[in-house]
Ligand binder design. Sequence first.
Ligand code: PHB
Length: 386
Amino acid sequence: MINFSKIALAAASLAIAATSAQAQDSVKIGLILPMTGPQAAIGKLVDNGTKLYMSQKGDTAGGKKIEVILKDDGGVPDNTKRIAQELIVNDKVNIIAGFGITPSALAAAPLATEAKIPEIVMSAGTSIITERSPYIVRTSFTLAQSSTIIGDWAAKNGIKKVATLTSDYAPGNDALNFFKQNFTAGSGQIVEEVKVPLANPDFAPFLQRMKDANPDAIFVFVPAGQGGNFMKQYTERGLNKIKVIGPGDVMDDDLLNAMGDAALGAVTALHYSADHDSQANRDFVAAYKKMFGQRPGFMAVGGYDGMNLIYEALKKTGGKTEGDALVEAMKGMKWESPRGPMSIDPDTRDVIHNEYIRKVEKKNGELYNVEFQTFPNVKDPGKTKK
Ligand code: PHB
């Protein structure tokens, strides 16, 4: 049975917590990420991005001291919800941020609405997320942005038969559906469709089915952190004559070198490559390598840009932390990210950025996703029409 008095009490304490948080001198950000468990690679990258940003820009914005409270949800949405509640009620945070995977971002949405505080999604990529609360603003990406573009590209570039392998949860379904829609509209054909579990998947049995379907290419979505393991099993199962295409998550820059030559020639669409040719990105990659001893992946950029969004919004409000004012300040904001130009869609609060089609090539002995085509200012194609 639903306990309404308990819900009312929780709602009231969230509202009171949010009001008292506004009177503080510092701005508290509750950063909720999977720092342990199967999605820990994502949490690490996002956290690194936020740490790099603060090391460069200092710990004040809009005249307020910025305090980040990092909490590990292990990528379990029930934990995300409990932690978000504790951060709002006990720690009196002004903003919640992070959210490694879609189920976590969704779990926190009602709390952001109740407490009227911004929820900054730095990592998760399912289109529906920003529609779940008017306080959600996203600096990561959507799978619909990358998957529509690679679907068109495949249909126009001689690929006729595709077998798909996608992680069996919301972003995997977005990736599959948006790819299919554009690829089949361009007269491509799906010859095999397999879905793999999100946590610690064994790809081997699925790969045999993909191989048997004898496709021209395989379309793959696995979340950041799993691409290395996928490519290892793809090579072991003897699929390496079959081209890999997809959203760029599978060819994540921080794992790419370890994949070896099997990755060469993979064509993917994404908003970020460590090889992106701009001064902002060269500076970002150099600073990241210096601080963490390795190449950044795209999840680090979502964390870095998420902090920029918060800092710039605080500057605009003159340090005012009231949730509605912050979200208003974030709408329509534009800046130069390591990914290229980006902005926040004032209508949807979702990210608008370039999508790049890239091919894995060797440059100075290292593997890179080398961008060869740019689609400027791509809005999320996955928003439901109102
Ligand atoms: C998600 O759960 O939304 C997610 C996680 C990792 C990705 C993409 C999407 O690479």
